[in-house]
Design a binder for this molecule. Sequence first.
Ligand SMILES: *[C@@H]1O[C@H](CO)[C@@H](O)[C@H](O)[C@H]1NC(C)=O
Ligand SMILES: *[C@@H]1O[C@H](CO)[C@@H](O)[C@H](O)[C@H]1NC(C)=O
Length: 887
Amino acid sequence: MDTGSPFFGLLLCVAVCSVTFAKECGMSVYYRFDCYPEAGSNQGNCEARGCCWDDSKEYGDVGIPYCFYPTDYEMYQISGPVDTDFGCTANLTRSQPSYYPDTIKDLKLDIYYETKTRLHFKIYDATQKRYEVPIDTPKVTHKASETDYSVLFPSYGFGFGVTRKSTDLPIFNTSVNNGGFLFNDQFIQISTILASNYIYGLGEHRGSLLRSPNWSRFTFGIPTILLILMPLSTVPIRFTLDWSRPTATPTVCFSLTVMLWAIIQPAPAITFRTIGGILDFYIFLGPTPSDVIQQYLEVIGQPFLPPYWGLGFHLCRWGYKSANRTQEIVNRMRAARIPQDTQWNDIDYMQSHEDFTTDSKSFSNLPDVVADLHNHKQHYISMIDPAISSSQPAGSYAPYDDGVKADVFVKDANGKILVGKVWPGNTAFPDFFKPETSGWWNTQLKGFHSQVQFDGVWLDMNEPSNFVDGSFEGCPGNSTLDNPPYLPSLTHGTLYGKTLCPSSQQAISSHYNLHNMFGISEVMVTNKVISQLRGKRPFIISRSTFPSSGVYGGHWLGDNYSKWPDMHYSITGILNFNMFGIPLVGADICGFNDNTNEELCVRWHQLGAFYPFSRNHNSLTCGPKLCIDQDPGAWSSASQDIIRDALTTRYLLLPYLYTLFAEAHINGSTVARPLFFEFPHDPYTYAVDRQFLWGSSLLISPVLDPGAQTIKVTLPAGTWYDFYNGSAISISTTANVTLDAPMEKINLHMREGGILPLQQPNTTTYVSRQGGFELRAAICSKTGTAEGSLYWDDGDTIGTYENGEYIFLKFSLASNTFVSKVVHNKYKDAGDMVLSKVTLYGVAKDPKSVTVNGKAAHYSYVSEVGTLKVSGLYTPMNDTITVKWNA
Ligand SMILES: *[C@@H]1O[C@H](CO)[C@@H](O)[C@H](O)[C@H]1NC(C)=O
Ligand SMILES: *[C@@H]1O[C@H](CO)[C@@H](O)[C@H](O)[C@H]1NC(C)=O
């Protein structure tokens, strides 16, 4: 019976499948890798992909996939590897197309053994060149003579494993045969087993620092670092890792501009998906978290050294509405004697929101405000948006006319200038990858600078943001760039939602490929232009970032809300961007959207005083009304006192902060860092994100809850000195400690063994830089030692470190002797640097005498807390200083 055979055939298939399912689909649910990540999966379309179906497990919003790869899922077969000069290479081939279009069947895998602790691998089309990220990374042609890792290939299927030689522990393993390695033109997917579920990084997110391994999904505009803490000892069995020996931190940097998604699942494992380009990964072996970041930044570049004034306090809002009001705000800061280095304006200073203009009525006197700031040795920052108004009558708006002439704008798929809509109305978008664009941008910024002498720029809207989807005319519906075969859930539903058409054309590639680099391309060009224009260090804050952005500018965490949880999550943002190589980062103090309140705003200033980039910024409207003022001068005098104290403490600490920025610039260390960076052996620190450190020596514990008068903090084992008065807390094992935190106090602790360089604070960095220095030491309770350093230069000249025009001091303390030694000195004004005070925390006994450079010195001793203060000094710092005390 012919008619029966299809039916029979179907039955047979199901029977066969269910038999095999029992074997090949029976892995632990934690090892189920999602075979149908799109919406709308069902048993039929799942099995059509050759995958297993099981909807009996709880799924939830995100969770255990219903449709998952069997362990014998068809995959690429590896041939090779063969050794090469740089490491090894292998071919990957697949006989059948996969279920997404345009399967690339022949791939090449190159593994570069770049340094002892850095492995780099690329997987790409063996026959055709594909898009690769245009950032400078080291080109390595010869493998390192010695490596801490070894690479192992499986006998069957796709993948390879990287293990740490010293422990034989796997740190990366793509040989998960049911991970579904796919490489199609617009869908690439790779999974790896991870050795631990202590996972950090993965782009800009509002949430906790420690990422949940429990089926978390991440979408990045910003492909970025993944940091994994793992033990350096024993076999990693899930949940029973032995953390008793030093930990190690392998990490992966994924550099692709095209959209990237990641899913972490409890195996633990991670899956990366992207819609173009190639796979380009680095693995860094650390072994410490700090080592990993340093190794990462050796690849993408160390951060720039900001001008000293840029570390002062910044004030901004959208909606001052006039230059006069802006001046009034500055005046009330001065009247209240609250530190401020920089005043900003948002787009309301512009005429009809057009770049390089000032509103002819309310901001016509902006140049006077800027001149007044400069007379007070303060600085001014202008917002500049990338989108250029395109609908002015010809001859009336030079930025557009010149741009058309120089041919700088992004084109649509048909080669016409793409027109979108941003603040000024219809706009064109500069292609900063075009060489012509930097000359044009230079002309515009120069012309504007001749009217308004800004000292830095704020680059907003460079995601790039667009108020219409794609362009005024939408996007060509037939382009697979605009509508790729696979998309995960996106905020605006499509790739072109509230941005440019991916099919639009830029000089070096399609916008599809370059989308995530729009921001960095603007920052790179702007950095060059304003460095030349001002002849001083550039100060740029950008909304959009990419690996390497920190080389050219800083970042703020975007439009947050005036809410307590936003204040808490800002700490995660600050710590993440320090790991990403962009240490100059801050969140809007008091919150941007919605009205703040006095308690929140005061607490937020206490925290924000310790953002590496410290700025209060507010929105225009809150609901139907204007937002209330939230600048420090808007509050009661009691609140002003507290804010002044917090910011003055920041200014006191600026030499330490600046030294940390110099170290970041020189060797890629972090400025603000999580506790686990300093205590990698201590699992109690791994999830801490309500406290953080500046460098290795200053612990910051802000209040993050309304009404709190005390806080519970995590203190790692050891002695912690109250920054303000030196009272010590000594604990033998890491503990939660409850501290007093009245409204007027932010808890700051010095870690034992550290020495902080401080300087008499004032209301601007210009004045505070002329004050006497103080060196404050927290003596190690066990060894009686401490150490620290100071990097100092004129704070504004470009290339001081590279040209050697700086002074570097090393401080050490042992056997009741404190020494400041000059390690390098080519700073021309080093003779003006004067030490006025030495403060020592942890001096057990009242000294009989104290000498400075051999001469008896004036001192005081507070026995209750063991603090020795040597003051009234006037000792030049460009020579060795020795302070001794007799116990
Ligand atoms: C990879 O394929 C190329 C081209 O077919 C071939 O020349 C080469 O020998 C292969 N390499 C390996 C390691 O199999
Ligand atoms: C990688 O994982 C596979 C599958 O779990 C396993 O067979 C292989 O031994 C692992 N390789 C390494 C280097 O850990």
